[in-house]
Design a binder for this molecule. Sequence first.
Ligand SMILES: [Zn+2]
Length: 600
Amino acid sequence: MTQATLNQFSQLLQGENPPIMTYRVAMPQLEAHLFEVVLLVRGYSLPLLDLKMPVWTPGSYLVREYAKHLQDFEAKSGDKPLIWRKIAKNHWQVETSSLNNQAIEISYRVFANELSVRTNHLDATHGYFNGAAIFLRIPGLEKQPIEIAIALPQNNWQVTTPLPEVTGQINTFVAADFDTLVDSPFEIGTQQVYEFEALGKAHQLAIWGGKSNIAPEKVIADTQKIIEVEAKIFGGLPYDRYLFLLHLSAQGNGGLEHKYACSLNYPRFGFRSPDKYNRFMQLVAHEFFHLWNVKRIRPKALEVFDYDGENYTPSLWFSEGTTSYYDLTIPMRAGIYDAKTFLQNLGKEITRYELTPGRWVQPVSESSLDAWIKLYRPEANSNNAQISYYLKGEMVSLLLDLLIRAKHDNQKSLDDVMLKMWQQFGIEEIGFTPQQLQEVITSVAGTDLTDFFAKYIDGLEELPFNQYLEPFGLQLLGEDKDPVPHLGIKVNSEQGREVVKFVETGTPAHKAGIDPGDELLAIDGIRVTASAMSEVLQDYQEGDKIEVTVFHQEQLRQYQVTLAAPRPSSYQVKSVKNPTEQQQQNFAGYVGAELQKLPD
Ligand SMILES: [Zn+2]
């Protein structure tokens, strides 16, 4: 925006009647998946009105081009059509010079048929939308309040949103500014809404999705425990009301954090098996933790959202990775699962890390910066060249927690880092720089961490798990139940074809030239399937030469491959033999259980 335009806007906003924006969202044709949106702008007196659709939504670091679903744009004032033009993929400009302050009406439709926590979905059963994916922003007026009126398509439908309702106006809500609008999902339909309290504050659990095996009372009881444990870390709850919005689906597993709500998507039959139930409570713990970490304790680069493009930060290892570490420990601390389950889950996470060769290639700070082009766009080579900032951030957070605890006899922990970050940056929402984050962690640890950051955050050195686990009487053990010589490929059966999905850098398969996409046919002349591969390879030794036959782009190829030494297929965190008194004390202080009583 030019200085002249800025001046015009500040005059407009300081005038007697600053512009008033009201959105009306209707859904007259549910089956067509079209939201009908009308924006009424009153008191706007500048000659041009710009309207822009966000290209991404905070919490999900990918340019999603929400404008691609916008159609039927129109602008008018009273009955008079206004001249408008589209000047960029997400930018509409309306001529408003001859209006004399008459209301401007912008209307459009948004196609909504993608069920995820970060998109819109409308069908005969409900309407769900995210502000960034449905509302246009008026540059210059972002700080103005916006009203949203929902026209229900059916009498028995209701609206659930964290936004406050306008007094006396049913189904009309107000957002303090555009950021708040974007941060407030809407669920419209016959969702089940459960009200409950935690620490004296009002909470809602709203569930959409039909038949499932969820037991809402149990989920609510466990959610209350999670809320209490997390509130204790940060010294209270910074809100009066919070909404958990849950979509039940076939395969979904996702969440999106907001300041006063979170959207969750989870398999409808994922609540009975203890494993799946625990994963769901981890998802709850994760998204809820975000109401502090990332929604209020934000990297400086996310302090002012640029809805037109990427917001680059190297600190998502903390915003997402540390949150992931907490989603592992919080359910244990809340008594939802025990220490043994926690260590098993930790082992699974470390296994995922140890089996990702991309950790040798991409530092975690760079992974964060490149979220926009890499993490959300996985391809066949991703695991060779990338490491997730969720996963490595979680691993680094584990090491930091153990480091701080070991040094301070469990009197201090990563909790103190979180509290300090909250006090210094979160309460006032002033944003932290990577340097400030390092300073806070260093001050809590009470030791110089320059080396730690250089090696493990900005560098590629292997994480020394055992060095950090040892003071707690723990060790990391690699295991392979049926050791097989290493070939280095992952194969899937797809409609009767055995397709190579991944070839690990530096392995025998990679050196031989096998590619993702190749169709695996035979090993040493015998047909092989994905499920039988491990059994077939068990008959061979390290150093044996095998002949691998594939179709490579429809051409028959035979490769001579020399098998490498077996590798662990999983890692587990176990007790050391004969732990000392000190180790047992440290362990008990860390997980609240006795090391001796852990089964091997
Ligand atoms: Zn997250």
